[in-house]
Design a protein around this ligand. Structure first.
Ligand code: HMG
Ligand code: MG
Length: 315
C-alpha cells in the first residue's frame, strides 16, 4: 500500500478531446482530420472515446458532421464510441449513425442549464429521462453528465446539497455511469472529497466518473483525491483540448497524457501507451494549429527537440 492508501489497480480513461475539445475550437476540423486524430488515440490504446455530439448544429457548428464522422471511423469490438445526445431528435440521428453509447447531459444550476440547452433543470431531467429510455430501447448504453457540480459561471460556488438533489432525480434513469463535471475548473480537493462522498451514497462508486477541467490547475489534484476514494473512471482530453462554449472561462479538460503519466507513475494501469499518446497529442496540435496546454506533452516534445539538437551538434 502506498502512503496515499490503497489505490485502484486499474483506471479507465474516457477520452473527450474530439468532442469537448473540438466543440470549443474556433477552427472547425475537416471530418477526415477528426477521424485521423481518433485513429491516433486508438493506436495509443484508448478504448472509450467521445467522438462528437448530436446537438443542434446552430449551437455547436464545429460538430455538425457527427454522422459523417461515425461513418469514417473503424468498427472495433474493443473500442466504444460515444457522443452527446440532448433530445429525441439527437437520439434519432445517433441511432441511424450506429452510435453504441449515448451521453445525456444536464447542469445542476438553472442559469447554466438555460444557457447550455435552453431548458430549466426540471425540463432537462425530463429530457434526459426520455433520451435514456429511448437509447436503451435502441440497444445503447447510457452515460449521464452533470455539469457545474463544483461551481457555475453564473451562480458561483454550488452547494453539495444542490448536487445531491439533482442526482436523486436522475439516479434511476438507467445510466451505467454518472460523470461529475467541474465545468469551469474551480474545484479544490476538499470539495472533491465531499462531492464524491455524498454522491457515492446515491450512486455506486464504480459508476462514478470525474470530468475535470483544468482552468485553475487543480484538475490533477482533484483526480488524485477521486482515485484515493476509489473512483476508477476519469474523463480527459488529448493535449488538454477543451472547454464549454456556454461556460465563459472554461478551459481545457485535464490532459490525457498528464493523467496517464501520473497513474503509471503510481503503478495504476490504464492500458495506454504514453509514447503513442504523445504522438496523438502532436497530431492534435498540428491539426488545431496551436500549442496545446498539456504539460507532459510539452515536456516530451521539448525533450525530443533537445535530443535532436544534440544529435545535430554531434554530427
Ligand atoms: P433549442 O433551440 O431550444 O431547440 O435548442 P428546439 O427544439 O427549439 O430546436 C431549434 C432548432 O434546432 C430546430 O431547427 C430543431 O430541429 C433543431 P429549425 O426547425 O429551427 O430549423 N434541433 C436539432 N438539430 C439537430 N440535432 C438535434 C437538434 N435538436 C434541435 N439534436 C438544444 C435545444 C438542446 C437542441 C440546443 O440547446 C443544443 O443543441 N445545445 C447543445 C449545447 C452543447 O452542446 N453544449 C456543450 C456540451 S455540454 C458540456 O460541454 C459540458 C460537459 O463537457 C460536462 C462538463 O464539462 O461539465 C458535457
Ligand atoms: Mg466538459
Amino acid at each position: 500500500m502506498s502512503v496515499l492508501g490503497a489505490l485502484p489497480k486499474r483506471v479507465e480513461v474516457y477520452e473527450v478531446g474530439p468532442r469537448d475539445g473540438l466543440q470549443n475550437e474556433l477552427r472547425t476540423l475537416p471530418t477526415a482530420d477528426k477521424a485521423r486524430l481518433i485513429e491516433a488515440l486508438i493506436a495509443a490504446g484508448e478504448k472509450r472515446i467521445e467522438v462528437s455530439s448530436f446537438v443542434s448544429p446552430r449551437w455547436i457548428p464545429q460538430l455538425a458532421d457527427a454522422e459523417k464522422l461515425l461513418g469514417l471511423l473503424p468498427k472495433r469490438a474493443d473500442v466504444t464510441f460515444t457522443a452527446l445526445v440532448p433530445n429525441l431528435k439527437g437520439l434519432e440521428r445517433a441511432a441511424s449513425a450506429g452510435l453504441e453509447e449515448a451521453a445525456v447531459f444536464l447542469s445542476v444550476t438553472e442559469s447554466h442549464s438555460k444557457k447550455n440547452i435552453n431548458k430549466s433543470v426540471a425540463e432537462a431531467v425530463a429530457a434526459a429521462r426520455e433520451v435514456a429510455q429511448g437509447a436503451r430501447a435502441a440497444g445503447m448504453r447510457v452515460r449521464c453528465y452533470l455539469s457545474t457540480v463544483w461551481g457555475c459561471p453564473y451562480e458561483g460556488l454550488v452547494p453539495v446539497s444542490r448536487v445531491v438533489e439533482v442526482v436523486k432525480q436522475i439516479a434511476d434513469i438507467g445510466l451505467y455511469q454518472l460523470s461529475l463535471g467541474d465545468t469551469i475548473g474551480v474545484g479544490t480537493p476538499n470539495q472533491t472529497a465531499q462531492i464524491v462522498g455524498e454522491v457515492s451514497k446515491l450512486v455506486p462508486l464504480e459508476q462514478i466518473a470525474l470530468h475535470l477541467h483544468d482552468t485553475r490547475g487543480t484538475a490533477l489534484a482533484n483526480a488524485l483525491v477521486g482515485l484515493q476514494l476509489g473512483v476508477t473512471t476519469f474523463d480527459s482530453s488529448i493535449g488538454g483540448l477543451g472547454g464549454c462554449p456556454y461556460a465563459p472561462g472554461a478551459a481545457g479538460n485535464l490532459a490525457t497524457e498528464d493523467l496517464v503519466f501520473m497513474l503509471h507513475g503510481m503503478g495504476v494501469e490504464t492500458g495506454i501507451d504514453l509514447k503513442k499518446l504523445v504522438e496523438a497529442g502532436e497530431l492534435a496540435q498540428e491539426l488545431i494549429g496551436r500549442k496545446l496546454s498539456g504539460k507532459y506533452l510539452q515536456a516530451a516534445l521539448g525533450e525530443r527537440e533537445k535530443q535532436a539538437a544534440r544529435a545535430r551538434a554531434a554530427e
